[in-house]
Write a protein of this length. Sequence first.
Length: 330
Amino acid sequence: MERFKIPYGVDESGELVPAEFAKTGSQYKCPNCLELLIHRSGDVRTKHFAHPPESNCSLESILHITAKRMIHHAIMENARGQKTISLKTSCANCSSDLLKELPPGTFSKAAVEVKAGDYVCDVIAYRDETPRLAIEVFNTHKVGSEKSVSLPIHWIEITAEAAIDNPYLWVPTQAAIKESCCNSCQTHVKQIVEVADRFDIDRNVYSPLKDANSSTYIADIETCFKCNMEIPVFWWRGVPFCQTEPSDPKPKTIKRRYSKQWGGSYWANTCANCNVIQGDNHLYLFDGAPFEGMPLSHHTYSGKGHINLRSGASATSEFMKVVRRNLYVP
């Protein structure tokens, strides 16, 4: 039952061989069922292997096991110092595409169908004797939600087709790996930490990454409008114009302050140098704000100045009206 083309066969030494490089007169077996394959090498159709008509082997199984073996081979070449593997991911801060190079020697060996915790993984890459990364091949079944949170090591899932097409380029469909940042964000994150350290802000109470789920408080830097000092500022759930005291432990520069312009008091960022309040509109609402794009609260509140607080599309225009009214801008 010749129903599909098989791109790789297993030679007598057990190595995968592409159909285009198969030698006339040599024998090749199916990677899955190990039956002898027929080598099709005509001038019209693409060179390929095929099962005899009576075979019941499935394409899905062939793709899955071929992909696993090719990933295993790629890791072993990396372990021998011969090949670089590229891992496509995204910057943890700005979400831009990121290609992470795993240079030769990153891994020491690989194994197929190995148990990690309670689960058997398709391929595991090792560093020394320690499992470092599980690679799951997605053909017909994705990694389930239970396995995804229970695996005790970092893991990625890649499609069988992608692995066969290029086993040295890993493009995960889902993953649980250490976060990475692009060069620009790495520099900015370092600056945030340096500025926060300068004012003795506890590193344990914030994250410098723009991920609302990474920490209760997200940090960035701003220049104080009064003293012109570069200072740390923070986002948390409840801004802008937060009325409920933020949870402890919190950065020491977050204080409840009165704003004449806003017409009431709220929990705000203050300058770590001169203690002046840093306006929420400049930090969260205006174009180019340090925390532009971060989630904003959806409560409503009327301060003494009768300002109706809203988040979303109308928030910026609402507060621009207040600014213009107080500054007498037509």
